[in-house]
Design a protein around this ligand. Sequence first.
Ligand code: C5P
Length: 234
Amino acid sequence: MQDPISPRIIVALDYAEAQPALELVARLDPGLCRLKVGKELFTAAGPDLVRRLVDRGFDVFLDLKFHDIPHTVQKAVVAAASLGVWMVNVHALGGSEMLRAAREALESVDRPPKLIAVSLLTSMSQHDLEEIGIEKPVQQEVLDLTRLALDAGLDGMVCSAREAELLRREFGETPLLVTPGIRPQGSDRDDQQRIMTPAAALQAGSSYLVIGRPITRSEDPLASLRDIEQSLHG
Ligand code: C5P
């Protein structure tokens, strides 16, 4: 049966400039993956690059994690939508008014992008959170921020594959869960601390898998992408 939300793999284009990103993309297939453009590449190469990726037929996740006053985030989300991106994100820590402003901004947009939120950055330890006044256990904070975002009408969350199971239990099948920290069996874990294989992440409830270096640093990125895609159906 055809997977209804295929392709599930989002390749993270973590490059310092447009050229290597475009060279990599020329070797990929929009039928097999979507693309993620984050702060580094966007700051260096700007909206032109995003438009070029969209023109090449790829769904683009613009991972800029907006976090500002509601009015500014509203305008930023509209600007992102005008690039034709498929997905955009904001920080849930911006609060419910900011989240609703982002959601409402997309109501007047033709073919609006999916709008998702980041709860807590996984790089932050319990100690880091306490330093900024967040006293709750991490898991509770993630659940509360996810509830805030979903109640504001967002489509889903960025979360670790380890949180996906918990969020599915709590919030059901509808929210989109986008998970980084994915490593195929036997591949280098790089700087990722807690990893999961693509198939295990899907099993845990992930909707989309963000995968960077196992594909971007591969000698044959398309073959690596195909192998990972195959492993999802195994
Ligand atoms: O190369 P790798 O597969 O580790 O890339 C993962 C991508 O997901 C990077 O763009 C990274 O910034 C992003 N990410 C992450 N962990 C998070 C949130 C985002 O690795 N918690």
